[in-house]
Design a protein around this ligand. Structure first.
Ligand code: ADP
Ligand code: MG
Length: 355
């Protein structure tokens, strides 16, 4: 059934707009996006779809295939701790900016796991913004949509995320990676190799950003930047950055070291990708994981084991992806070897699912 048909089945009429937006996987560049650094995400094959109809009154009704009970909400109270806070917050933004007037009926369907580091939140919010903005003028560019979606998470939902997820799902495509400077929003689309694939696997451990650990890392980065007298950690001077970082106390030196080295690794990874040196790219992914494990301390022992096994079983590189503390890891695997590699990984870790 199409998303329009599913909407019609639930609400008894046709939607006025709909949109499908993919999730994203970050290939390298973790926790750099709120430090003014570089990131390199691409989209995944799984996505979120929304279909939207106008309501006769001011009420919002949300139904999700994942959470089947329909829920009615008032836009005056967005933060309820309910899944529907996310789509409601997107409508709160649209109302505030004059793109939507009354209430709405919304149907959501998705094969993208949520809370797993694949950015279902950005995909959901961007799909609603794009679907509605397509109806009305003046229209917004993809970069403006991404900024709006970040505003929805930061200001309406209180999630202190950077801009990577929203830019990735609004702009990237599955055969290219988005090399993004998160400070200037300058970006370049780089073709992905044909003879290798970035295989995404879910560790089986779910996390939620708003458990507070993500916010703590963000605060630690801000404190490190302020101790080093820069507004953002990626503003450090290339020649003196590491020496200055070493003068900080723990945990700030470790957090800053991860952010700075990760930012540098993304630049090197983009060069490796463009020149077709996938072994070098894989090596950088594995170094990125070690940095997240030892310096940023956002991995879990079981994910460390999975990443290590991934490389032992023949991946060119492997790393945790997303905010951390669970969710997915991404591995760079030769195309002809994927089936055998997945089989071996599934035998060693039956709790893994491939995305
Ligand atoms: P992620 O890493 O997937 O972005 P978040 O915790 O940031 O995880 O966002 C997950 C939230 O997005 C869910 O709690 C829910 O509010 C919303 N969401 C994502 N996918 C769906 C869906 N299919 N149906 C309803 N809400 C969804
Ligand atoms: Mg999210």
């Amino acid at each position: 059934m199409t998303i329009e048909e599913e909407f019609a089945k639930v609400y008894g009429l046709e939607p006025i707009t709909s949109k499908t937006v993919p999730g994203r996987v970050n290939l390298i560049g973790e926790h750099t996006d709120y430090n003014g650094g570089l990131v390199l995400p691409t989209t995944v094959a799984k996505s979120v779809s929304v279909a939207i109809g106008e309501a006769m009154d001011e009420q919002f009704c949300f139904t999700s295939a994942k959470f089947p009970d329909p829920v009615r909400r008032d836009v005056a109270a967005v933060r309820n701790g309910h899944w529907s806070d996310y789509p409601l917050a997107a409508f709160a933004w649209l109302k505030e900016h004059g793109y939507w007037r009354r209430g709405a009926e919304v149907y959501i369907d998705s094969d993208l796991p949520h809370g797993s580091g694949l950015s279902s939140s950005a995909a959901l919010i961007v799909s609603i913004l794009k679907a509605v903005v397509a109806l009305t003028g003046p229209s917004l560019s993809d970069v403006e949509i991404a900024r709006a979606a970040q505003d929805v998470e930061n200001r309406y939902l209180g999630v202190p995320c950077g801009i990577m997820d929203q830019m990735a799902v609004a702009l990237a495509s599955s055969d290219q990676a988005l090399m993004l400077d998160t400070e200037t929003l300058a970006f370049e689309l780089i073709d992905l190799p044909l003879d290798y694939a970035f295989v995404v696997a879910h560790s089986g451990i779910y996390r939620r950003l708003d458990e507070g650990r993500y916010a703590i890392r963000r605060e630690e980065c801000e404190a490190a930047a302020s101790a080093l007298d820069v507004s953002l950690l990626c503003h450090l001077d290339t020649d003196s950055a590491m020496k200055r970082i070493d003068t900080l106390e723990e945990p700030f030196c470790k957090r800053a070291r991860h952010v700075w080295t990760e930012h540098c690794r993304v630049a090197q990874a983009a060069i490796a990708l463009k020149s077709g040196d996938l072994n070098a790219f894989g090596q950088l992914m594995t170094e990125s994981h070690a940095s997240m494990r030892d310096d940023f301390e956002i991995s879990l022992p079981v994910i460390d084991e999975m990443v290590e096994a991934a490389v032992q079983m023949g991946a060119a590189g492997s790393r945790l992806t997303g905010g951390g503390f669970g969710g997915c890891f991404v591995s760079l695997v030769k195309s002809g070897h994927i089936d055998a590699w997945q089989k071996e990984m599934s035998t060693a870790f039956p709790e893994i699912t491939f995305v």
